[in-house]
Design a binder for this molecule. Structure first.
Ligand code: PMP
Length: 429
């Protein structure tokens, strides 16, 4: 028995499902998860001593690769001074200034501890600001696990087949309206019916939790216009896309300004961090300036701030090179996978934007919405997943997650991945 399997058995005795976040249990692909011992650069090393080229990157944050020496050093320095104070530090202002300089629509920024906290609070703020109760989200988009947002959700909720989680009172869920991603008519329809009650639209501006689905032309601008016409707050959830699709996120890539933005994992360089921010007029409604309550004992934690400042500084100072590298790699992977799949006679479609990519086992030439994403061949994905894992390539263990590249991946890593994919497609055909 492998050490991973042994550890998974032990974990299941003490932790629900043996994991602290559901998708890690490999429910989406079957088999036992790989237990990780350490990570460096583009690689994960499991407890059995096997090395994997990693395209999960801790689900997004490792744009600079694992265990980057500058980020590690910043964390060590911070640890030497103390772990948490529960009082203000200069680092929090430095972090806010840094985030604002990269994402200018965030005129004021509040740090939290996770993406879930960021989106949960952004919605409370939008509701408090507008005095309205309803929110509009998109089927297959995931915004963390706050009650209002686990309605037709993507990511692990979708992988496990519970997009509408039990435990959420109907009285809450009824305030969550859902529309179809990339279908403005479905949004307009909701506004025609409920316009005066809708506090906000929250959207992953590039969907990354039903695999990778970029917005179709005019979709995000359409959302901006609809919010403006109806007095609703537009929230871009850039927890996954911020600093990944482009330095300034999707809003910079398409030049569309949301009212509020949520950020997560990436801004902590791997530490547990999230943030929300936006128009000063809206942000002034948050406590202690305003009446909308939000707080956090460990928010703005000095270790997390040190890691985040180091990570964002590196990204900002080397942006041209970094975003060119991760974009080229993601493109190469998509092109390479497409070529290899064709050779093997396997139907495959890919999506890519910046350092984010997705591939779908489908005959369809394009995958642009939730319906198409869920119609892909899940069984083929499962087999492909394990064929890649055996060859030392670690992809997200679900057909409903995006893949991520990093500056630590070398050309040799990309070539080896495409070669492994070629063998996997041949085995599938
Ligand atoms: N929003 C998006 C777009 C996400 O991808 C995620 C997590 N993958 C979240 C919110 C929730 O973040 P967290 O897991 O840090 O709570």
């Amino acid at each position: 028995m492998s050490k991973s399997t042994e550890l998974f058995k032990q974990a299941q005795l003490h932790i629900p499902g043996g994991v602290n976040s559901p998708v890690r249990a490999f429910n989406g692909v079957g088999g036992d998860p790989v237990f990780i011992e350490r990570a460096n650069g583009a690689y994960l090393f499991d407890v059995d001593g096997k090395r994997y080229i990693d395209y999960v990157g801790s689900w997004g944050p490792m744009i600079l690769g694992h265990n980057h020496p500058d980020i590690r050093a910043a964390v060590h320095d911070a640890v030497d001074k103390g772990l948490s104070y529960g009082a203000p530090t200069a680092a929090e202002t430095q972090m806010a200034e840094l985030v604002k300089s990269i994402v200018p629509s965030m005129e004021s920024v509040r740090m939290v501890n996770s993406g879930t906290e960021a989106t949960m609070t952004a919605i409370r703020l939008a509701r408090g600001f507008t005095g309205r109760d309803k929110l509009l989200k998109f089927e297959g988009c995931y915004h963390g696990h706050a009650d209002s947002l686990l309605v037709k959700a993507g990511s692990g909720a979708l992988t496990l087949g519970v997009p509408n989680s039990p435990g959420i009172p109907e009285d809450f869920a009824k305030h969550t309206l859902t529309a179809e991603f990339n279908n403005l008519d479905s949004v307009k329809q909701m506004f025609t019916e409920f316009g005066d009650d809708i506090a906000c639209i929250i959207v992953e501006p590039v969907a990354g939790n039903m695999n990778c689905i970029p917005p179709s032309e005019g979709f995000l601008q359409g959302l901006r216009d609809i919010c403006d016409q109806n007095g609703a707050v537009l929230i871009f959830d850039e927890v996954m896309t911020g600093f990944r699709v482009a330095l300034g996120g999707v809003q910079a890539y398409y030049d569309i300004t949301p009212d509020l933005t949520t950020l997560g994992k990436v801004i902590g360089g791997g530490m547990p961090v999230g943030a929300f921010g936006g128009k000063a007029e809206i942000m002034s409604h948050i406590a202690p300036t305003g009446p909308v309550y939000q707080a956090g004992t460990l928010s703005g934690n000095p270790i997390a701030m040190a890691a985040g400042i180091a990570a964002l500084t590196l990204l900002k100072n080397n942006a041209d090179e970094i975003y060119q590298t991760i974009t080229t790699q993601a493109k190469q992977l998509c092109e390479g996978f497409t070529t290899q799949a064709k050779k093997a006679g396997v139907s495959l479609t890919t999506n890519q934007i910046g350092g984010m990519f997705g591939f779908f086992f489908t005959d369809a030439s394009k995958v642009e919405n939730f319906q198409q994403a869920t119609q892909c061949d899940a069984e083929k994905f499962r087999k492909f997943y394990h064929l890649m894992l055996e060859q030392g390539v670690y992809l997200a263990p679900s057909a409903f997650e995006a893949g991520f590249t990093s500056t630590a991946h070398t050309q040799a890593d990309i070539d080896a991945t495409i070669e492994a994919a070629g063998k996997a497609f041949q085995a599938l055909a």
